[in-house]
Structures are given as C-alpha cells and as structure tokens.
Design a protein around this ligand. Structure first.
Ligand code: NAP
Length: 313
C-alpha cells in the first residue's frame, strides 16, 4: 500500500470530529484534525448544554469543548487550521487540498457539522450585524432593554429566546405553525416566561430599517395571509441548519438537503470516507450523538485500514 502523510484526516473540530480524533489517536493511528474556523464547532456558540451526561446543572458549550480538546491532546492528536478545498480519491488513498497544499491519507472522516439556515428574505443579508443575527450567545448582549424577535419553533429558537430574555425588554417568538417543534421541557419553560410573547402562525415577510439598522419587521399570518408590523431592534433567526457538505458534492452521495448519506456505521458511498455528526443522515442531532458518531467513525477507520493492510499482503 502506498505511503501516506496520515492514516486518518478528520475534517471539522466539533464534538464529532474531536471525538473521532481522540479515538483515532488513542488507537495509535497517525491522525490529523483540520478545522476551518474555531475548534469546538457549533458548541462554541451554545450557552448551556443541559443534556450531555456527566454535567448536572449543565455545562457551557465552550467549556465542554475545551475539555474535549484537552482530552484529545493527551493522546497526541495533531490539529491544524485550514479550509479543505477538494478531496481526490485514488482508491486506497485520498488526497486533500487544504489551502492549496496537498495532504495524503488512507481515511477521511467528514465531521463538518452544519451552519444556521437563513430565512432567504430580501434585505436579510444587508442587516446581518445591523440587527439580524444567527447566534444569541454571540450577539444577545447588544440588545439590552429593547424588543427583539426570535424566528423558529425548534429547540434552538426556544433556548435562544429564553437566553435573550436576560437582555431584551421583550422577545417575540415568531413561529409558522400553532404548535412548537421543540422538546416539551423547553416549551413549558418558554411558555411560562413572562418576557416571551408568541406570534403563532406567523412568518417574516419583510424588514424595516433606518441608518442605525433594524427597526421592525412585517409578519404575515400563514392562515389568513394578513400582515402586521412589529417594532423590534434585533432579530435572531433559528430556523434550522444546513449541513456543510458542498465540498464533497459529487464525491459521496448526498440527500436533496445536502446531508451525507451514511448509516450508523458512518460509512459513506465511497470506501475510506466516513461521515460523523450533524452532517450525516440520522434521526437525532445532539452533542451526545455527535460524540457517538465520532467514536464509531474512528473505529470503522481503524478496521478499514487493517483490512487494507491485509488485502495488500
Ligand atoms: P429544527 O429542529 O429543524 O427547527 C427549526 C424550526 O424553524 C422549526 O420550528 C421550523 O418550523 C422552523 N422553520 C424552518 N424553516 C423556516 C422558515 N423558512 N421560516 C420560518 N420558520 C422556519 O432546528 P433547530 O432548532 O436548530 O435544531 C436542530 C437540531 O439540533 C434538532 O435536532 C434539535 O433537537 C437539536 N438541538 C437540540 C438542543 C438540545 O437538546 N438542548 C438544542 C438545540 C438544538 P416547523 O416546526 O414548522 O418545521
């Protein structure tokens, strides 16, 4: 078998990627984790993780990720920053082009996660940083004692709405149906919060702004089609996520929504490439499931490399 720079290259430094790195380096595979932005992934913008076992009372997303990164370091995982532009498959080996440089490996674990979805409404892009945000932890404190809106009815929207009540005078939760998608415990808490007002059966139809930024929005009733204006200075969009998989389109099979088609064994349609975490087809996307995926992907990588070595003999 041809020599490669690494046995395993992991793309993405969130919970799935780091756990894959921990398992792979502990298994003595020569492993590199490549991260594009900040080690920690979406957890770095999560205020409190309440449902990751072992931390009664919850743990801050960044604190959890720093602990996992420190843990990876104990087994000597190599990490680097860079953007993977392309992957070239040679059969038993692969080449990654990372910021123009070539890295060769036997296995690739794609753990690139997902990024917040946009509303796709005219004017949205221009108002990012001027009232429109996709991250309450990052930008919430800029909206003290002013009315704001949170768009969405899932776990993220409700968690963000509750977090934002620390700062805002009022939080209008705008949801397109008359029933929330979020888990019951979050629904109960949000509905009991006096600072949260819910605009049921409503979607954002337009923005209002002046030189200082967002001043309001038009909401449209999804049942009657009627519109009404709300005065807000901030809008936090939490309408789900889009998997970060554009760079592997055509290389591995994807769903229409862009998720990598991979089962619980994390195997993709291309031998030697595994997908772990929020970017693969799965029934649940949580830190605990991402961590589980990372572990499975690394063990599957070890098995694949072992089989490659034996078939080459
Ligand atoms: P999500 O569960 O997909 O919810 C997205 C919400 O946005 C839904 O209520 C959806 O409405 C609404 N929506 C989607 N497109 C919209 C549009 N164009 N306009 C208006 N509303 C729109 O996404 P998420 O809340 O980001 O959660 C993603 C995953 O992470 C989920 O699996 C979730 O359980 C998990 N998560 C877990 C926790 C936790 O356990 N503490 C915290 C955060 C996230 P409909 O309901 O009508 O579809």
């Amino acid at each position: 078998m041809a020599e490669t720079d690494y046995d395993v290259v992991i793309i993405g430094g969130g919970p799935a990627g780091m756990t894959a790195g921990l398992y792979a380096s502990r298994a003595k595979l020569k492993s590199l984790l490549v991260e594009k932005m900040i080690m920690g992934g979406q957890m770095m913008t999560t205020t409190l993780v309440e449902n990751y076992p072992g931390f009664p009372g919850g743990i801050g997303g960044p604190e959890l990720m720093m602990k996992i990164q420190e843990h990876c370091g104990e087994f000597g995982l190599e990490t680097s920053y860079g953007s993977v532009e392309k992957i070239i498959d040679h059969g038993t080996t692969k080449t990654l082009i990372v910021d123009g440089k070539e890295i060769t490996t036997k296995v690739i674990i794609i753990a690139t996660g997902a990024i917040p979805r946009k509303l796709g409404i005219e004017g949205e892009a221009d108002l990012v940083g001027k009232g429109v945000s996709y991250c309450a932890t990052c930008d919430g404190a800029f909206f003290r004692e002013v009315p704001i809106a949170v768009i969405g009815g899932g776990d993220t929207a409700l968690e963000e709405a509750m977090f934002l009540t620390r700062f805002a005078s009022k939080v209008i939760l705008v949801h397109r149906r008359d029933e929330l998608r979020a888990t019951k415990i979050l629904q109960e808490r949000a509905l009991a919060n006096e600072k949260i007002e819910i605009a049921w059966n409503s979607v954002v139809d337009g923005f209002e702004s002046d030189n200082s930024g967002l001043t309001g929005a038009t909401l449209k009733d999804t049942k009657t089609g009627e519109t009404r204006k709300i005065e807000i200075q901030g809008m936090f969009v939490a309408v789900g996520v889009t998997p970060t998989t554009g760079f592997v389109k055509g290389l591995v099979d994807l769903t229409e929504d862009g998720y990598i088609i991979a089962g619980e064994d994390t195997k993709t349609s291309l031998p030697g490439i595994f997908a772990a975490g929020d970017n693969r087809t799965t029934v649940l996307r949580q830190v605990s499931t991402a961590v589980g995926d990372g572990a499975v992907a690394a063990i599957m990588a070890e098995k694949y490399i072992h089989e490659l070595a034996h078939s080459a003999k």
